[in-house]
Design a protein around this ligand. Structure first.
Ligand SMILES: [Zn+2]
Length: 240
């Protein structure tokens, strides 16, 4: 890659003028935006590249609001494109990134993770479980990680329950005052999703009911901490 090139994962595009688009891409330095002129014209070589979900190398002009001069594809994730669940998982991830990262986050780290995540999403047989891997790690990345191993009120580390709304952990003694506690055997997979190396991810092959319960726990944590409800995830629930 040349020094003035950037690899970006296109999060979304909006129309600009008659034939152009503005693109928002996630890169190792955060979200960048650029104008892509003329890309909606039939003969534009960039027409198929400037689309949400594309992983591209971009050559940008050096102005305050840069123009996309050239682009080339880094990798085409065929299976993600061809599978409605995988496509929707990828859009959920893009929405989460677009609405929640800010300039002070560790972008090289998250970007590197996103690249690995997309490769695994392309090949996995369990895209919905893999989405939970992303969600658990992303929540932690944003500073709302769950400390699974200790009661939030004392030092006890056994028989802990998880509070559905706050993500706080409680031991048996401190549990009574709370009403929405989830037992260890139920939330255990979330612990695996949080800690697993994504490249070594092995699906737990959970049944549908368990998967739904866990997904609802995650949604509840996101609503509490980020007030986020992505459109893509709503869609995922309706098609799954
Ligand atoms: Zn306690």
């Amino acid at each position: 890659m040349k020094p003035d090139e950037t690899v970006g994962y296109i999060l979304k595009t909006v129309d600009y003028g008659d034939h152009g688009k503005i693109l928002y891409a996630y890169t190792s330095s955060g979200i960048i935006s650029a104008i892509a002129r003329g890309v909606k014209k039939m003969h534009s070589p960039l027409r198929h590249l400037v689309q949400a979900g594309m992983l591209v190398t971009m050559h940008l002009s050096k102005s305050k609001f840069p123009t996309l001069k050239e682009a080339s594809m880094v990798k085409y994730h065929q299976a993600i494109r061809n599978d409605i669940i995988k496509t929707t998982v990828a859009s959920t991830v893009r929405e989460l990134i677009y609405y929640n990262v800010n300039e002070h986050d560790d972008h090289p780290k998250l970007f590197n993770f996103v690249l690995k995540f997309l490769d695994v999403l392309d090949t996995t047989e369990a895209p919905l479980e893999l989405l939970m891997v992303f969600e658990m790690k992303f929540l932690y990345f944003l500073g709302y990680g769950i400390s699974f191993n200790r009661c939030s009120r004392c030092e006890v580390s056994e028989k802990l329950s998880l509070d559905l709304y706050t993500g706080m952990m409680f031991c048996e003694q401190h549990a009574d005052e709370n009403t929405s506690l989830i037992k260890h055997e139920t939330y255990q997979p979330l612990q695996y999703y949080l800690h697993v190396d994504v490249l070594k991810f092995q699906p737990l092959k959970l049944n549908k009911t368990t998967q739904t319960i866990l997904s609802n726990i995650i949604d509840s944590l996101y609503e509490t901490h980020l007030s986020t409800k992505t459109k893509a995830k709503q869609l995922l629930k309706s098609i799954d």
